[in-house]
Design a protein around this ligand. Structure first.
Ligand code: FES
Length: 68
């Protein structure tokens, strides 16, 4: 199984970040607290924030298409 690393400082992969988002994290600070990503040199923070923004857009679209 391939594992795309997002945060090299803390060895946090894409899958860990996606799991944090699925569990309810909605901000990059929450994802950082859960996974540890972005808490070292900070170089991965733009990629982390991009994943958070994409997740938020997808969730917004889903709620528009499938309202409760
Ligand atoms: S690469 Fe993520 S904090 Fe350094």
């Amino acid at each position: 199984m391939s594992r795309k690393l997002i945060c090299l400082c803390n060895l946090v992969g894409e899958h860990e970040i996606e799991a944090a988002l699925r569990k309810g994290a909605v901000t990059s600070d929450q994802v950082k607290a859960i996974t540890g990503a972005g808490t070292g040199c900070g170089r991965c923070v733009p990629a982390l924030e991009k994943m958070v923004a994409e997740h938020r857009r997808a969730a917004s679209l889903q709620s528009k298409l499938f309202p409760d």
